[in-house]
Design a protein around this ligand. Sequence first.
Ligand code: NI
Length: 137
Amino acid sequence: MSVVQITRIVRFNCAHRVWNPALSEADNARLFGKCNNPNWHGHNYTLEVTVDGPVDPTTGYVVNLRDVKAVVAREIVDVVDHKNLNLDVPFMAGTIPSTENFVLAIWRVLAPAVAPARLARLKLWETENQYVEYDGR
Ligand code: NI
């Protein structure tokens, strides 16, 4: 059976400060540099959400992308857009808001929420030159 991947792209912006409260101010500054700025900084994120599966012979679709779009908007974009990842986003609470941790947290929210579609991969761009990928492993 042929498996096809289909991707929905969304964009949002968030503020954050990358820091580990278990470390000293000096260690945080040395480790995280500009990303440790106490008064926050922002990023324009791009998130690529890929689901996969066989093509349904009745619809010709793997999944109705309208449903995926609605779930991603409700569970992620509406929760994080124009928010501070350190302060405002429940699913990031207690987490160092690196791009790596952000993509893991998004996966934990989206994987059950997109069912019966199967979440295959997330690609999260923090800048136009840098992204992280996660496939659930
Ligand atoms: Ni940053």
